[in-house]
Ligand binder design. Structure first.
Ligand code: GDP
Length: 203
């Protein structure tokens, strides 16, 4: 799939105020600083669509972007940039508020085709990510893992990271979830993610 257009639509904290669920939608979520904004910008080839910053926890709202709405060559879809989770520096009450907004959105939004859970491949499996995916699994919500910053790892390091995840997740899931190896720096994995979205869009 080619990206012909990508535009910001709306930010809000109320799932009821999201755009009409009239097209397939793909949500991106991960711990703050995982590289979510960078990856989104890389996917849609716009440097400033999602705001990138070294400051953790900047994206705090449900952000809808309209993709390929201005072309007849591809089906339109929504990309949703969700608040990160696990902000160390954010007060607990706000963290809980974010968690409840995310959960409300994910469980009520009818047009979500896949929730992409972003994970920094350079660090060992984190309980907060495992817990989040466990909840998605329990709620039977469709999700896939996107490993980020992978250009920093050689093939041995990638294998070790995958093995660590396989082990950690074998206690939770019967089968290892679908995953993508990506880098916003090198562009690796961009086509794989877009092709997967295209596949679901055509289904
Ligand atoms: P977000 O908080 O998840 O949106 O993360 P950002 O996209 O703002 O990125 C957080 C930090 O990670 C920034 O310093 C980025 O430059 C860096 N980063 C993002 N993607 C990559 C990547 O693919 N490789 C490397 N090496 N660094 C990255």
């Amino acid at each position: 799939m080619k990206i012909h257009s990508a535009e910001f639509v709306i930010s809000n904290t109320d799932p009821a105020k999201c755009p009409k669920p009239d097209r397939p939608e793909y949500a991106f979520i991960g711990r703050s600083n995982v590289g979510k904004s960078s990856l989104i910008n890389r996917l849609v080839q716009k440097n400033d669509l999602a705001k990138t910053s070294g400051k953790p926890g900047k994206t705090q709202l449900i952000n809808h972007f309209s993709i390929n709405a201005n072309t007849k060559l591809e089906k339109p879809w929504y990309l949703v940039d969700l608040p990160g989770f696990g902000f160390a520096k954010v007060p607990k009450t706000i963290r809980e508020q974010f968690a409840s907004i995310i959960s409300g959105y994910l469980t009520t939004r009818t047009n979500i085709q896949c929730i992409f859970v972003l994970i920094d491949m350079r660090i060992p499996p984190q309980q907060i990510d495992l817990d989040f995916m466990t909840r998605l699994g329990e709620q039977e919500l469709p999700f896939a893992m996107i490993f980020t910053k992978t250009e920093k790892l050689k093939s041995g390091g990638r294998q070790m990271a995958l093995d660590a995840y396989r082990l950690a997740m074998s206690e939770i899931f019967d089968t290892f979830p679908l995953y993508f190896i990506t880098s916003a720096v090198s562009g690796e994995g961009r086509d794989d993610v877009l092709n997967y979205i295209d596949e679901l869009n055509q289904a």
